[in-house]
Design a protein around this ligand. Structure first.
Ligand SMILES: *[C@@H]1O[C@H](CO)[C@@H](O)[C@H](O)[C@H]1NC(C)=O
Ligand SMILES: *[C@@H]1O[C@H](CO)[C@@H](O)[C@H](O)[C@H]1NC(C)=O
Ligand SMILES: *[C@@H]1O[C@H](CO)[C@@H](O)[C@H](O)[C@H]1NC(C)=O
Ligand SMILES: *[C@@H]1O[C@H](CO)[C@@H](O)[C@H](O)[C@H]1NC(C)=O
Ligand SMILES: *[C@@H]1O[C@H](CO)[C@@H](O)[C@H](O)[C@H]1NC(C)=O
Ligand SMILES: *[C@@H]1O[C@H](CO)[C@@H](O)[C@H](O)[C@H]1NC(C)=O
Ligand SMILES: *[C@@H]1O[C@H](CO)[C@@H](O)[C@H](O)[C@H]1NC(C)=O
Length: 757
């Protein structure tokens, strides 16, 4: 993994690469959309037609076919010269061509934190996700990991058409494993046989981590060098996994668009029930984005697609994978801290607890602590200013609150460091490559007092402790990408928050899992952070829900998760933003932290049909031709264009005038058993926002009956200050409260400027 430059680049996942493959010769890979209806009758199938088209293109080198796509789009990918591309583009059946692109990764106690219990709730009701197949699109999988043992697992369902490309890879837990590298192999300079396995085996570790998070089997005493010791389990422990390896390693893991489309195409053919993608492509219109295109086809087949929101936070307009038919997942912290105990030589100071994930269960006794004697400037710990002879064998004491100093800290031969800083909680496990502890400033001040007042100050340090039940949790991880979406701001994204900070899950055992100095350490489990880690939590919950409610559409499952999500943390306060410690808004955490047990029984859902998404694309200004590339429908009719999807959240995009009004039309479907009625309640709109719900009471006959209502939101921004890159005020909430019942169906309402304002 590349060495991060500063704390905002720490994550191993999600950042999207802007690189498109620019070969020096004019020979490169393209994705070609074709009009299937124009296939000449002599051809028995599309694959033959496409290969025949390719062989008819003349040039010095023949065109090379990469993949034929059957489900995600009508067309193929191929390596073409410029001249061949021009010949192809002249054919009447040619619809559109896009260049190859590269996507990148968006870098266990979590089931308990999410409230999942063996005895009651969604776990037992869903049979722990039994009979659900989750397709994971990632760096491959380490099949021998204990997390993929198949004890107690049933056979693969008879409807399953997938397979294992590698011998001995699969069992009743891992029922499919394939690898898609044609596109990546063409980018010669981008792939090396020695730098990855040319098989579904995981070279990076990431795919093993995400797979075990979604549906790993129980593993006792899983831990990261002693931290987080306990039973590791996936969110849907009885669901089955199919790995579609589309990411290959070269400094970092990258995915080619052609390979990603091929993996999603195959997964639809194989019969997965859900898909999880912890990666993203450059921010382009949906019809150029392979994940958006593949996810549309999946959605039409009833397959829920969960994607990471990206690790480009905390600024606004950074959310990725924001197509409205995708479930977009942000990352939060969990109620767990990894700490060390620091005890000053003078007992009256007590024991100070600070953050440390140093990968060794170490007890350091009576070590001297050095505090820039002779130069106690703030910078006294910067690597330039330390003299090795002053600090050898000692602990150094440093104070700073800028993340860069934290990361650039060098000990110059010191035995370790105690850092006084309020930024300790932002550090990932990977940063603890030498023994150091970060004390919050108020504790740091106390230690400093001891050092200054003591001649031969010394401390004891005990590493390797895990605290549970830490409050407040969750907090929105600072790196988690935030809304609104740049290209599609009229749908609130991200949709939901899930754990994504210091998540323990399985890892490739031959891949560095920690480091002390220059020594690499290896482990079967690793702590990782990123929206990449959050995404498989949500696909796991969705598998549990789908296993319980076979007839729910992907939109209904997402609605159930969103309308029951928690907006309060374990202190009963609104979820805070980790970096500002201020209450977040739904542009940070969507509808809130996913709550599986409540999602099992949401009362009502906001459902969406495939044609509704097409009406949204029409209103976004896409041409019928562009929409066809996504939907594959030859006749796109935009007569009912609207930006107002039947979504379980509301976002009003402000005009450049002081007042904006927006009317939202919604339809709720009763998924409860009996007739019922609900009354609307609107909570805490920010000043300047007024919300009216009509009617304010709705009635349902029985299961699947529907009711319509509208929400009129007026916002007046005169005198208001813009906060945080276009956000305006806190989130309001519309809750439908069941009369004489317990269901609460809650949706966030927020207003924001679009990215151009
Ligand atoms: C990895 O990628 C870099 C930058 O794209 C390239 O220069 C290098 O040759 C690649 N390495 C291999 C082994 O392909
Ligand atoms: C994990 O916990 C178990 C049971 O409490 C214990 O036996 C084991 O030594 C622990 N492992 C580590 C590495 O701390
Ligand atoms: C103290 O350290 C700072 C930062 O390294 C340096 O600029 C300054 O000159 C030092 N002062 C003395 C007295 O050494
Ligand atoms: C300081 O500690 C060192 C090492 O433990 C010891 O040799 C020395 O005598 C101590 N000095 C005082 C003043 O306590
Ligand atoms: C537009 O909506 C109306 C009313 O729901 C419906 O009858 C009509 O078929 C729709 N038209 C298209 C092109 O979807
Ligand atoms: C504000 O924008 C909406 C579209 O978002 C438009 O329908 C409305 O007319 C605009 N209102 C004003 C006052 O410009
Ligand atoms: C908008 O509000 C500002 C005060 O924030 C006021 O100065 C301005 O006159 C208002 N503009 C209009 C068109 O009302």
């Amino acid at each position: 993994m590349a060495q991060p430059m500063n704390v905002f680049f720490i994550f191993t996942l999600i950042v999207i690469s802007i690189t498109s493959s620019s070969s020096t010769d004019d020979h490169q890979a393209y994705i070609v959309h074709m009009d299937k209806s124009m296939m000449p009758s002599p051809f028995s199938n599309h694959h033959h037609w496409y290969t025949s088209v390719l062989s008819s293109l003349s040039d010095e080198v023949p065109a090379t076919h990469l993949y034929t796509y059957y489900h995600v789009m009508d067309g193929f990918s191929a390596v073409l010269t410029m001249s061949q591309l021009k010949q192809l583009q002249k054919m009447p059946a040619h619809l559109a061509t896009f260049e190859e692109k590269l996507g990148q990764l968006h870098t266990t106690r979590t089931p308990t934190f999410l409230g999942l219990k063996k005895e009651a709730g969604l776990w037992p009701v869903s049979g722990f996700g039994e009979d659900m197949i989750i397709g994971i699109f990632d760096t491959g999988i380490w099949p021998e990991s204990k997390s993929f043992h198949d004890e107690g697992m049933p056979e693969a369902p008879s409807r399953w058409r997938g397979k294992c490309e590698a011998k001995g890879f699969c069992n009743k837990k891992l029922i499919g494993a394939r690898s898609f590298s044609q596109g990546m192999k063409h980018l010669k300079e981008k792939i090396s046989k020695t730098d990855d396995y040319d098989s579904p085996r995981d070279f990076d570790g990431h795919g093993t981590h995400t797979s075990s998070t979604a549906a790993g089997s129980h593993v006792q005493f899983a831990n990261y060098f002693g931290y987080a010791n306990g039973t590791a389990t996936g969110i849907a422990p009885k669901a089955q996994l199919a790995m579609y390896k589309v990411l290959f390693f070269n400094d970092s893991s990258e995915a080619a668009a052609t390979d990603t489309l091929a993996g999603m195409d195959q997964a639809i053919e194989d019969g997965v029930d859900l898909m999880s993608l912890s990666l993203g492509f450059p921010d382009t219109p949906f019809y150029q984005n392979p994940i958006a295109i593949g996810a549309f086809a999946a959605m039409e087949k009833g397959i829920l697609v969960s994607c990471s929101a990206g690790n480009s936070g905390p600024l606004a307009y950074t959310v990725h994978n924001a197509a409205p038919w995708i479930t977009t997942v942000g990352a939060g912290t969990v109620d767990r801290d990894f700490v060390a105990y620091v005890t000053p030589g003078d007992q009256s100071y007590g024991t100070l607890i600070g953050k440390s994930v140093f990968p060794k269960n170490l007890l350091v006794e009576k070590v001297h602590i050095y505090y820039g004697y002779g130069n106690r400037s703030k910078e006294s710990c910067a690597y330039k200013s330390l003299d090795p002879k002053d600090v050898k064998g000692k602990y150094i004491f440093c104070e700073f609150d800028d993340a860069l100093s934290l990361i650039e800290l060098e000990t110059k031969g010191a035995a370790g460091a105690i850092i006084s800083s309020d930024l300790g909680n932002l550090l990932f496990a990977d940063y603890f490559t030498f023994p150091f502890v970060v004390l919050e400033r108020k504790l740091g001040k106390l230690l400093k007092k001891y050092i200054i007042n003591t001649k031969n100050a010394s401390i004891n340090v005990k590493y390797g402790e895990t605290l549970l039940g830490v409050k407040p949790a969750p907090q929105v991880a600072y790196f988690s990408s935030r809304g609104p979406s740049r290209r599609s701001p009229w749908i609130l994204k991200p949709d939901i928050l899930a754990p994504g900070f210091d998540i323990l899950a399985a890892w490739a055992p031959n891949r560095k899992s920690a480091q002390i100095g220059d020594d690499y350490l290896f482990s079967d489990f690793k702590l990782e952070s990123g929206t990449s880690m959050a995404c498989p939590h949500v696909v796991g919950v969705a598998a549990l829900l789908k296993s319980t409610h076979r007839d729910w559409s992907p939109a209904a499952i997402r609605s159930a998760m969103m309308t029951t999500a928690d907006i309060r943390d374990n202190n009963e306060d609104i979820i805070i933003d980790m970096i500002t410690s201020k209450p977040g808004t739904s542009l940070d955490y969507g509808a809130g932290l996913v709550n599986p047990n409540k999602a099992m029984d949401p009362g009502l859902v906001y459902d969406i049909q495939p044609e509704d998404y097409i009406n949204y694309l029409c209103a976004m200004g896409y041409t019928p031709h562009e929409i066809r590339i996504i939907s594959k429908t030859p006749e796109v009719n935009c007569a009912n264009a609207t930006l107002d999807l039947n979504y379980p959240s509301f976002i009003l995009i402000l005009n450049n005038t002081n007042t904006t009004r927006c009317t939202f039309q919604r339809t709720l479907t009763n998924v409860g058993m009996s007739s019922c009625s609900y009354r609307a309640e609107v909570n805490t709109p920010p000043s300047g926002m007024n919300v009216v719900v009509k009617p304010s009471m709705i009635f349902f006959e029985g299961k699947y009956s529907t009711a319509k209502f509208e929400v009129i939101v007026d916002v007046d921004i005169s005198g208001a200050t813009r906060i945080k890159g276009g956000y305006f005020g806190n989130s309001a909430y519309l809750s439908w409260l069941e009369v004489n019942g317990h269901h609460v169906v809650r949706s966030p309402i927020v207003s924001a400027f679009d990215a151009s304002s």
